[in-house]
Design a protein around this ligand. Structure first.
Ligand code: 4AD
Ligand code: MG
Length: 468
């Protein structure tokens, strides 16, 4: 009779259930991470930061010669308790099958060699970096952050909707969008004035990759009450910094019957919920990153949970920046000017040493859709600024008064032909509405304490880089 072998689909599953299978024969697969002494092969399959130790005796001597780091194997063996301190269990191998192999000299050309590589080096082989401990750890945390965001909104009865990626309008008014066209670039049709004839393009007009799903989100919230989007957004700005990507993911909740303070409350709750979830569910990965990078990740995250985010008006923020002695070395700033990242950094990192919410920004530096305050000089905007990262959330109460909105659109000389439908949202049963955009990768960066945003997304896109 054939012996029954328990097949595990992942090392994570095995570690979770090991107590039920001690002394039993099991089957498991993974990639070889390294060898220990002459009698252990260490494998990992990406499901957890924990490796699995395989004990091999002399009968595998000839096979082991064919095994090098990075290749994939299937192991059948007996699960035993380990005498080593580093792991609870190990497998006493009975059978080892090589699934996929490559020559040891090939290994030298890859980041799979068992040594620490710089993030920059890992990025050059981004398609292989999922197999490194550090990057797989970041990706598992990313996964948990994403899941917890959906869970938060699910529990609060928000409806998840998807907004278009191809749009005709720049909702943020920054004018830095990627054009989408199917024109034959060698024969671009021009009109009588010698300008691009966009009417002949695929959609009969000029189209772009979206910078935000907000405007469509507002339309949806005007019927569904509370919605959120979670999708890719694109910005063609040339800023190649540690916190900018050309393609990044944004979470955009939009709420009817909601004013600015409620908006801030939800944003703060969301961030704390996610951090708590990740501490509980990505504990091992965070612990690994803390050890590896010698940074007190848990202490920092717990500080965020324990504090309430300081809320200051833009006007008071300017006062602090102007009159704070320690801020003297900063570039001077006057009321009405946009805060530079060094100002935000000073406020969140040095002055308050905690996440802060800055609200009521000058009308002139914010987009058309934000609600004008009674002073007629500021709008009901709010940005959440985190130490080390800077702006992580940008949002506002929306201008729900049709006439005020129309006036603002006309004053700013915006393209009313593209915005007529947005105006119509406010014509039919308008209500106070607010929402925000959370930069997904910036949040991951903060939680994992990874310096560069390019290292928390599977395949980063930034100026001069669209590889893989
Ligand atoms: O402040 P932003 O531009 O706001 C909006 O797009 C609004 N429509 C959001 C809304 O109210 N629904 O972007 C929101 C967030 C920023 O706070 C930042 O975290 C992130 O998106 N972000 C970027 N992340 C990575 N790379 C970039 N180039 C980013 N630009 C913005
Ligand atoms: Mg912003």
């Amino acid at each position: 009779m054939k012996k029954k072998i328990k097949c595990f689909n992942s090392i994570k599953e095995l570690i979770f259930n090991y107590k039920f299978f001690i002394s039993k024969e099991i089957k498991i697969k993974g990639w070889v991470k390294h060898f220990r002494y002459n009698c252990f092969i260490i494998i990992n399959d990406g499901s957890t930061i924990n490796n699995l130790q395989i004990f091999i005796d002399q009968k595998f001597d000839s096979l082991v010669k064919k095994i090098n780091i990075g290749i994939s194997i299937e192991v059948i063996g007996v699960l035993v308790l380990s005498k080593g301190k580093e792991q609870n269990i190990e497998i006493y191998a009975n059978k080892i099958k090589i699934i996929g192999k490559f020559a040891p000299e090939e290994l030298q050309k890859t980041i799979l060699q068992p040594k620490t590589h710089s993030f920059k080096k890992l990025r050059e082989q981004a398609y292989l970096r999922f197999r490194t401990s550090i990057f797989s750890s970041i990706m598992r945390i990313r996964h948990n952050i994403s899941f917890s965001i959906h869970k938060f909104f699910f529990q609060k009865n928000f409806i998840y909707i998807n907004t278009p990626i191809i749009t005709t309008y720049d909702s943020e008014g920054a004018g830095e969008m990627f054009r989408v066209t199917n024109f034959d670039l060698k024969k671009i049709p021009l009109n009588e004035k010698g300008e691009l004839n966009n009417n002949l393009d695929f959609f009969g007009t000029s189209t772009y990759l979206t910078v935000s799903g907000q405007l469509q989100g507002e339309a949806a919230a005007s019927g569904l009450g509370k919605i959120y989007t979670f999708g890719p957004t694109f910005r063609a700005e040339k800023s190649n910094t540690f916190r900018h990507l050309s393609e990044f993911w944004m979470i955009e909740p939009e709420m009817s019957f909601s004013k600015l303070v409620h908006n801030m409350n939800i944003a703060e709750k969301l961030l704390k919920y996610v951090i708590k979830f990740v501490i509980n569910n990505s504990y091992e990965d965070l612990f690994f990153l803390e050890k590896k990078n010698k940074i007190k990740i848990f202490k920092r995250l717990n500080n965020v949970l324990e504090s309430s985010f300081e809320r200051i008006s833009y006007t008071n923020a300017i006062k602090i920046l102007k009159y704070s002695k320690n801020g003297e070395f900063l570039q001077s700033i006057n009321w009405g000017e946009d805060l530079k990242s060094e100002h935000e950094k000073f406020l969140a990192e040095n002055y308050f040493n905690n996440p802060i919410i800055i609200y009521n920004y000058p009308l002139k530096i914010k987009p058309f859709y934000m609600r004008i305050n009674n002073d007629n000089k500021t709008v009901a905007a709010m940005d959440i600024i985190f130490p080390y990262i800077g702006e992580i959330i940008g949002g506002s109460q929306r201008e729900e008064r049709y006439n005020v909105l129309l006036k603002r659109i006309l004053e700013l000389n915006l393209n009313i032909k593209s915005l007529w439908w947005y105006l119509n949202i406010r014509r039919f049963g308008s209500v106070p509405q607010s929402g925000f955009g959370l930069g997904f990768e910036r949040l991951i960066q903060y939680i994992t304490n990874i310096d560069n945003i390019k290292d928390v997304i599977p395949f980063p896109r930034y100026p001069n880089h669209a590889y893989f």
